[in-house]
Design a protein around this ligand. Sequence first.
Ligand code: SF4
Length: 302
Amino acid sequence: MSVEQTSSPVLEVDDAPPSDVDEFAGLTRRNSLSPSRASDFMSCPLLYRFRVIDRLPEAPSIDAVRGSVVHKVLEDLFDLPTTDRTPERANALLPGAWERLLEAEPELAEMFGGPGVDGGPAGPDLLTWLDQCRALLGRYFTLEDPQRLEPAEREVHVITQLDSGLHLHGYIDRVDVAPTGELRIVDYKTGKSPGEHFEAKALFQMRFYALVVWRTRGVIPRMLQLVYLGNGEMLRYEPTEHDLLATERKVRALWDAITRANETGDWRPRKSVLCGWCDHKAICPAWGGVPPALPDTPAPSG
Ligand code: SF4
């Protein structure tokens, strides 16, 4: 899943909301790491704390919801017979995808129209927003021809456990398998292709997935492909064993730092442009706020 980097960069990387744990799979926030949360810690340790340790609620983001709906349509598109995978059919899938999301989270309706929350700006018009979703879907067809694709997996949860006990996991939008057996990992982004800083973050996410796939399937994916629907660009990368070993070292070091912060309670804020999108600015000491006391909880067990 993906969110628009241009409007919600704090949430960029893999688009998974803070609830990206799967307790049915034995994962908790304290023994697992996803690319989203890894990115949070790299961007701002205090943001990681607010999301993972304090589990503070965050307002739904209109960009994130648009990302969810568009992802759902692109997932459903591949359930159709090959010849039906057209822009028209994708548009026809859109209202149903939105209705199902709304059914699961009725409060999302409050984001549209009407007066803004707490005197803030009014939400966008739903029809305009749906048109924006259609534009993103239309752009998809300029980048790929789904009639020529038969994905092996969609929205697949991948998970591996390192020797330390830490689980690495995440959701991959699409896995394609070539007749030669080579794997391509595809991630849809509803934002624009990133500048240099965000490109590194996006590639970290993809290398993270590639590492998990390598560890679980014994095969290094041949291609990592980011599909940017916001501006119709693709970013492709062929990972090497060297890359993935470096990613594994980086993830281990990151988890060590997270464990240390948890033991010391030293979750430092890191001010950046991302603060403009952070839901917790009012309680952030970097902006004159006072964070809540740390909950009395056990340390992460990696
Ligand atoms: S406002 Fe900025 S520094 Fe503070 S927690 Fe959020 S991202 Fe971190």
